[in-house]
Design a protein around this ligand. Sequence first.
Ligand code: ZN
Ligand code: ZN
Length: 272
Amino acid sequence: MSQRHLECSICKTIRPDSEARNIPTFRADTTSFVDSYYCGDHAPAALAAVHGQVVALDLDADERDDMTPLLLLLALLRARGQMSEDLRDDEFHGEGIERVRQQVLALLRRLERGAVLPVVEPSALCSDCFRALPASQIRVLPWYNDGVDDYVTTFRCGECFQKAIAETRAHLEAGGDREVARLSEFFGRHAVTILEYRRGDPAATVRPILLHVLGMLAQGAMTLPIGETVPVSEVLAPTPAPLAPPPAAPEPAPVPAPRASWWSRLFGRKPD
Ligand SMILES: [Zn+2]
Ligand SMILES: [Zn+2]
């Protein structure tokens, strides 16, 4: 197993995790702070940014809720091992919710001084360079596998992704109707229905749509979830031997003769 690597959210370079940092980063779409990874060059600015955002929170505002992001950041720091209980009394001050803000700022100062937030999400391996990255940083794409003569799910890191998607694109462009069908089926397996394919439009109509979808993947406008995968080893498994004929049905058990009634057992004859 190779050492884990992290892709910097800013410059996109991939570094061993010993040379990168996990810095909580605000996401406007979820109005919460999440784990984000930065190279050594960009981590200080990311840390300064979150610090500035916490300072700027308007905790008395009536028209918007700045308290929830603060509490979510405190919870995230706690979940990564940075506990406010571990702070010394001289590291923060204030009362009420302002006290919470000061605790968060004190914990962020600890990160500035070198405290490290672990990367807790599972890793996945780039199938080209074999570096392990957090699963959220791995791109999922279709890639033509000669062995199985079909498009299979493959994983790429940010540096290997564009080359792989260009290969998939070239394979589709050079291929015939069959490639169009196979790639449409691939997307169908990933819950991306190519309607024109499903309703039977000709390949000439479907191919540009597939190229457009590949373009969206290349730009990051669309992503395929990492969970929906079938390992290549499984796809490559030799065709299973024909199933053995089902075992012959057992001889039906002889139907027991109806039991003699209690009357005949007692008296040796049927009642009249
Ligand atoms: Zn960077
Ligand atoms: Zn790679």
